[in-house]
Ligand binder design. Structure first.
Ligand code: NDP
Ligand code: 8X3
Length: 252
């Protein structure tokens, strides 16, 4: 197992859900963690909770210039990032494609695809130059299995999956691992965001089952990143025991 104290971890989307749990998991194990998000007050709260091993970086992943400048300006102790957890993302809406909001589609593409690409492009050259590193994505079961209303969101996660696999190809021999973590239902602020703040609709998603928690996914990320360097998990799909991908719809 790799010593977590040797890891400098960038977590995008550390202000909530999976990212916040992952930032905690690594920082409490002794890694240095840079946590990003747009909600500065939550980043400051994490800094207060986790101490000097956590470095807050308020930035919108859709803003490539701001993201790149923020990463270039990191203090020396956090500058040599060797784990990138490109996790910031969102689903917006669950309408069928012919009724979905084009603005929602654009926001998902800008965040889940373009923001993720900016994150990788800003950090990958340094890892390749140093000959060691790990890029971890939060993909989704939605990138593999279609579901009603998943349209553009599932499309963005299919992009993440294929981009991850293509990175594995490009980085063969470079000493940089790539892992696409593909969760099913995780109870976070995800559904609240998807339904534009509708709390009742959001909590309905998780009613009557035990969903995954952000901590469950953080544990998978930590596991993949602390395996010995010769072991690379390319894809890891994780669902609640009560979830399944079955659901073929037939129109009669
Ligand atoms: P949350 O809504 O709880 O957290 C999302 C995080 O992404 C927040 O920290 C948010 O920070 C950040 N974020 C969103 N947009 C931006 C942006 N433009 N710039 C910077 N940060 C941004 O949801 P989850 O933790 O569930 O989601 C994390 C990832 O997991 C997403 O990529 C999601 O698609 C994926 N996922 C979630 C599943 C689930 O069931 N919950 C299942 C499979 C995948 P802030 O708002 O402060 O900017
Ligand atoms: C999140 C999982 O099934 O809600 O990516 O799309 S799902």
């Amino acid at each position: 197992m790799l010593d977590p104290a040797t890891l400098t971890v960038l977590v995008t989307g550390a202000t909530a859900g999976i990212g916040a749990a992952t930032a905690r998991r690594f920082a409490l194990a002794g890694a240095r963690v840079i946590g990003t998000g747009r909600r500065a007050e939550r980043l400051i709260a994490l800094r207060d909770e986790l101490g000097p091993n956590f470095h807050p970086l308020e930035v919108d992943v859709r803003d490539n210039a701001a993201l790149t400048a923020a990463l270039e300006g990191l203090p020396e102790a956090f500058a040599k990032i060797n784990v990138v957890f490109a996790n910031a993302g969102l689903a917006l809406g669950l309408e069928p494609a012919h009724k979905a909001s084009l603005k929602d589609w654009e926001d998902m593409v800008d965040t889940n695809i373009k923001g993720l690409l900016y994150t990788v492009r800003a950090t990958l050259p340094g890892m390749v130059e140093r000959g060691e590193g790990h890029v971890v994505f939060t993909g989704s079961v939605a990138g593999d299995y279609p579901y009603l209303g998943g349209n553009a969101y599932g499309g963005t996660k299919a992009f993440v999956k294929q981009f991850a696999l293509n990175l594995v190809a490009d980085l063969s021999g470079a000493g940089v691992r790539v892992t696409n973590i593909e969760p099913g239902m995780v109870e976070t602020e995800f559904s609240l965001v998807r339904f534009h703040g509708d709390e009742a609709r959001s909590s309905d998603v998780y009613a009557g089952l035990q969903p995954l928690s952000g901590e469950d996914i953080a544990e998978q990320v930590f596991f993949c990143c602390t395996l010995p360097r010769h072991v690379a998990i390319d894809r890891l799909q994780v669902m609640p025991t009560s979830q399944s991908f079955a659901g073929m719809k037939v129109a009669r």
